[in-house]
Write a new protein. Structure first.
Length: 239
């Protein structure tokens, strides 16, 4: 009997097909492994069941649990507090209760010599900007022989209404005027009725000589006051 001699190229092709049939790394195995590693939706590439296999019959369907969708899951909305309709006392209490993102024991609304700021933890934003007032007063200073060292005379400069939140950062319109001559500046952030001179402190202290700051925090004893800062003139000790 004569043996048929096949060309070498045909023999190599048949060997390659045989090896491919023995491999277990088909498309269905890849999708299943991806689904077990991650809960993220599968990509929208054509399913293995949509195309016939090399033998002409459909491939097995993708493993259960694979979601053929690109739509991301909706993210939860950040909670907020509605402040419209609150009376001045409740609004002041709300603002004073906001905690700082820098220090948990500090208030989120605070003043420094350059203005008023909001540093708020992300779980406590108001749903809308909260109106707050800032009063700026000129403080004329004169040396005195009493124990306080100075006498103080207040003169209103201006009062502005600003919006606090929901965004963090410096509050627009809160920059105080600069001291001049023998006149310092007292800035008071508050809610409610207008500030009058009797609301303001009778005594003011100066920054200590070894302090790196040229301003001090002042305690104003009136309902609705959130914070206050006094910046004396540069030559206050010569007034």
């Amino acid at each position: 009997m004569r043996r048929l001699r096949l060309p070498a190229a045909v023999f190599l092709s048949l060997s390659a097909l045989a090896l491919a049939g023995c491999s277990g790394a088909g498309s269905g195995a890849d999708i299943g492994a991806g689904a077990s590693r991650s809960k993220a939706p599968a990509s929208a590439s054509p399913s293995a069941s949509a195309s016939p296999s090399a033998s002409g019959s459909p491939s097995a369907p993708a493993p259960s649990g694979v979601i053929a969708s690109d739509a991301p899951a909706p993210s939860p909305a950040t909670p907020c507090t509605a402040t419209k309709g609150l009376d001045p006392a409740a609004l002041a209490g709300y603002l004073k209760g906001l905690r700082s993102s820098d220090r948990a024991d500090s208030e989120a609304v605070f003043m420094v010599d350059t203005g008023t700021y909001l540093r708020l933890v992300k779980t406590q934003p108001p749903c809308e900007p909260v109106p707050m007032r800032i009063g700026f007063f000129r403080v004329d200073m004169k040396h005195s022989t009493d124990s306080a060292g100075f006498t103080f005379t207040y003169a209103p400069i201006r009062t502005v209404t600003v919006a606090v939140g929901p965004r963090d950062g410096k509050i627009d319109g809160s920059t105080p005027p600069e001291p001049s001559g023998c006149g310092g500046v007292l800035s008071v952030a508050y809610i409610g009725r207008d500030l009058v001179e009797s609301d303001l402190p009778h005594d003011l202290r100066l920054p200590s000589k070894d302090s790196t700051l040229d301003w001090v925090i002042i305690d104003v004893q009136r309902d609705g006051v959130l914070d206050a800062v006094f910046k004396p003139p540069a030559g206050a000790r010569d007034c």
